[in-house]
Design a protein around this ligand. Structure first.
Ligand code: ACO
Length: 331
C-alpha cells in the first residue's frame, strides 16, 4: 500500500510522550545467563544496554504514562480522544484489548479502542490508520501508542534473541493541523516469511512443538530488514516527489546498528540526520520509532518544519514508512 496524503484534511502529530522501565539491563548482566559477551553484542548489534519491566509490570504500565505525556504535550485530555490504537505484540492480555483498558484509564469514554498487531512495524501501521481516519473526518483526534514488553516473551536461555530486545512505549496525538504534517505512507507485509520471526503456539493454531518464547532466524531477518528499509523509503520518497537530500531527520527502526548503517549508506543519508538510540534501549519493537522521535526532539533535531522519514520493519514480516513535516513546537 502506498499513497501521498493529498486527499483529505491536513493532519499532523500534535503531542508526543514516551516511557521506558527504570530497570537497566547491561550486556554483562545477560552474560551471566547465556554464553555471550559485551564485546560480541556491541560488535554485532551496537546494543550496550536495554530496559526491562519487572514481573508485576505489563504493557499498559508503560503505555499509560506515555499516553498521558502525549496528551499533555498536545494540551488535550483523554475525553478529547475518539480513536485509540495500541500497536503491540505484547498486550496485557488477549482481551480486553490494551487499547480498551487504556481508554478507561485515560477517561477516553467515547473512543473506539483496539490493539493492532504488526510486529515492530505496529507503530507505523497505527499512525497510517489514524491519519486515514482523521483525514477523512471519521475521527477528530486520535491517540496512537506503540509499545512492547518483549522481555516477557524472551527465552533467557536463548542467546540469539535475548540480547536484542528491550521494553518501551511511545504515544502520539494525531489530529487536523493548520499545516500539512503527514505527506505519505508506504506499508506492506510478506506472510510467507512469517516463520522467520514468530511465536508458534501463542494463538488458536495447535503446534506439536509450541513455544512461549520468540523464535527467530536472525540471518533471514537481517537480510529482509536491510532490503525493506531501503526499498520502502525509496518508494515513498518517489511517490511524494521528495529527494533524500531534503530529509532532515531519518528515523529507522532501532533493531541493530549494522542494519541502520546499511540503510543509511544505501539511502545516502548523512549520519548527523540519522536517529540512533538502539545502544541504550535495544529493539523495543513498536516502541522503537516513537522513542527515537522523542530523542530527536530532545536533542533539537526535530524542529517545526523538519522533514522526517520513518521506516519500521518486523514480524509478519511487515514493513512501513511515513514521511511527514514536523509541525509541533518544542516542548
Ligand atoms: N553471543 C555470542 N555469540 C552469539 C550470540 C550471542 N548473543 N548469538 C549468536 N551467536 C553466535 C552464533 O551461534 C554463531 O556461532 P557459530 O558461528 O559458531 O555458529 C555466531 O555467533 C554468528 O552468528 P550469526 O547469526 O551469523 O551472527 P550475525 O552476525 O548474523 O548476528 C544477529 C546475529 C545480531 C541476530 C543478526 O543476524 C541480526 O541482527 N538479525 C536481525 C534481527 C532483528 O532485527 N530482529 C528483530 C526484527 S524486528 C521485530 O519485529 C521484533
Amino acid at each position: 500500500m502506498i499513497g501521498a496524503a493529498r486527499n483529505g484534511l491536513a493532519v499532523s502529530i500534535t503531542g508526543l510522550g514516551v516511557c521506558v522501565p527504570d530497570r537497566v539491563v547491561t550486556n554483562d548482566e545477560l552474560a551471566q545467563h547465556v554464553d555471550t559477551s559485551d564485546e560480541w553484542i556491541m560488535e554485532r548489534t551496537g546494543i550496550r544496554e536495554r530496559r526491562m519491566v519487572t514481573r508485576e509490570q505489563a504493557l499498559s504500565d508503560l503505555a499509560l504514562p506515555a499516553a498521558r505525556d502525549a496528551l499533555a504535550d498536545a494540551g488535550v485530555e483523554g475525553k478529547d480522544i475518539d480513536l485509540l490504537i495500541v500497536a503491540t505484540v505484547t498486550p496485557d492480555m488477549a482481551f480486553p484489548s490494551t487499547g480498551a483498558l487504556l481508554g478507561a484509564a485515560l477517561g477516553a469514554v467515547d473512543a473506539a479502542a483496539y490493539d493492532l498487531s504488526a510486529g515492530c512495524t505496529g507503530f507505523m501501521y497505527g499512525i497510517a490508520q489514524a491519519y486515514g481516519m482523521v483525514a477523512a473526518g471519521l475521527s477528530k483526534r486520535a491517540l496512537v501508542v506503540g509499545g512492547d514488553v518483549l522481555s516477557k516473551i524472551l527465552d533467557w536461555e536463548d542467546r540469539s534473541t535475548l540480547v536484542l530486545f528491550g521494553d518501551g512505549a511511545g504515544a502520539v496525538v494525531i489530529e487536523p493541523a493548520p499545516q500539512e504534517g503527514f505527506l505519505g505512507f508506504e506499508l506492506g507485509a510478506d506472510g510467507a516469511g512469517g516463520a522467520n520471526l514468530w511465536l508458534p503456539g501463542s494463538g488458536s493454531r495447535v503446534f506439536d512443538d509450541p513455544d512461549k518464547y520468540v523464535k527467530m532466524n536472525g540471518r533471514e531477518v537481517f537480510r529482509f530488514a536491510t532490503r525493506v528499509l531501503v526499498q520502502s523509503a525509496e518508494a515513498l520518497l518517489e511517490q511524494c516527489g521528495v529527494s533524500i537530500d531534503d530529509v532532515d531527520v531519518y528515523v529507522p527502526h532501532q533493531a541493530n546498528v549494522r542494519i541502520i548503517d546499511h540503510a543509511t549508506k544505501k539511502l545516502g543519508v548523512p549520519s548527523e540526520r540519522v536517529v540512533v538510540n538502539v545502544d541504550r534501549y535495544g529493539n523495543t519493537s513498536s516502541g522503537s520509532i516513537p522513542l527515537a522521535l522523542a530523542d530527536a526532539r530532545a536533542d533539537g533535531r526535530l524542529r517545526p518544519g523538519s522533514l522526517v522519514l520513518m521506516t519500521g520493519m518486523g514480524a509478519g514480516l511487515t514493513w512501513g514508512s511515513a514521511l511527514m513535516r514536523w509541525t509541533k513546537e518544542a516542548a
